[in-house]
Design a protein around this ligand. Sequence first.
Ligand code: THU
Length: 128
Amino acid sequence: MKPAIEAAHRVQKNAYAPYSRFPVGAAVVAEDGEVFTGANVENAAYPLSRCAEQIAVGAMVAAGRRRIRAVVVVTPASPPAPPCGACRQVLAEFAPPDTPVICRNPQGEERRYTLGELLPEAFRLKTP
Ligand code: THU
């Protein structure tokens, strides 16, 4: 898990967050161990801003992977903030409920959850 943690801390520094001043770095570990990263990208038209986790998931999918083994999120918050509700749902598309979600901040504080704890009863499309 160490490479993913280091990658999430590194990528947080690339966040584009001039409006919120809340830089977020995320890393997802794919089924084969490959690490994909993302940082939040804000916009002057605020609702167009994108969360770090969603950018990381996009990079993973664009690289042809479909399954997440672990998630790391780095925020400036103390205690470390867990992913927002929308990101939990996006992660749940590719990660089972027992997936570890490691939340950290630059001071080294850490909180660990599973995705199932953060998003019980995730929405899954089931057609009759
Ligand atoms: N943000 C993320 O990147 N991930 C989250 O899970 C929560 C929020 C971003 C969105 C916005 O750019 C900034 O953090 C403040 O909400």
